[in-house]
Design a protein around this ligand. Structure first.
Ligand SMILES: O=C(O)CCC(=O)C(=O)O
Ligand SMILES: [Fe+2]
Length: 214
């Protein structure tokens, strides 16, 4: 009898909860997250540190060879005071953002924070952020926060963030704006659509900070 009840509940859950998880792209968008002064200050900071922005590659070949096939972007970890301010604000906001996405709140810990710059030919193929690679298997990522800080209207082409539901049937395209925050669970598949940079100017690139919490 108990088994029947359990089976019944499980079937109910599958009908009720699974489709909502499978076909949803849980995410939160906040326009004007830290103010234009912060966004333009961070932009000027990164432009001044252009020489410290290195091409970020991913080892996808069996021999661990790095390539720009999966991801073509430059990364900068020298965010100065901007990084600390952003991390603090995100830590303060995350509990309410989790509730807004319908996900369980947790005590977030900052795992990674990096500025990512996409110029001509920049892109990031569909991926999830959950795995931290073989170096830190003990710290799975739970939430991805993206803070965009290219000037609006932007001078690059393309570059939308595409979110996919787990079923792959639903997609949401988010057009980055200056001082905009986007948050989603790190298990959600997502992609950066190809970027063009007609001016060729580093200052006109697609700028974002990726902050990962676990
Ligand atoms: O910049 C974006 O819109 C997404 C970047 C991303 O997926 C990542 O850094 O893991
Ligand atoms: Fe990602």
């Amino acid at each position: 009898m108990q088994n029947h009840l359990f089976e019944g509940n499980r079937a109910g859950m599958a009908q009720d909860i699974l489709p909502r998880v499978l076909h949803r792209c849980p995410h939160v968008v906040r326009h004007g997250f830290l103010g234009e002064t912060f966004a333009s200050g961070l932009r000027e900071h990164i432009i001044a540190h252009e020489t410290e922005c290195h091409t970020g590659m991913i080892g996808n070949a069996p021999d661990g060879r790095l390539s720009t096939d999966i991801r073509n972007s430059r990364m900068c970890t020298s965010l100065g005071e901007f990084g600390a301010v952003l991390a603090d604000r995100l830590l303060a906001f995350l509990p309410e953002l989790m509730v807004e996405m319908g996900l369980s709140p947790f005590s977030p810990k900052l795992l990674d924070l990096v500025a990512v710059i996409y110029g001509e030919g920049g892109h990031y193929q569909k991926h999830v952020d959950v795995f931290h690679g073989k170096h830190r298997p003990d710290q799975p990522r739970r939430v991805t926060c993206l803070y965009y800080f290219s000037q609006t209207p932007h001078r690059y082409t393309g570059g939308a963030l595409r979110l996919f539901s787990l079923s792959q049937e639903e997609t949401v395209d988010v057009e980055p704006e200056s001082d905009m925050l986007v948050v989603f669970p790190s298990w959600l598949p997502h992609q950066v659509l190809p970027v063009g940079l007609p001016s060729g100017e580093f200052a006109d690139s697609r700028f974002a900070v990726t902050a990962l919490f676990g």
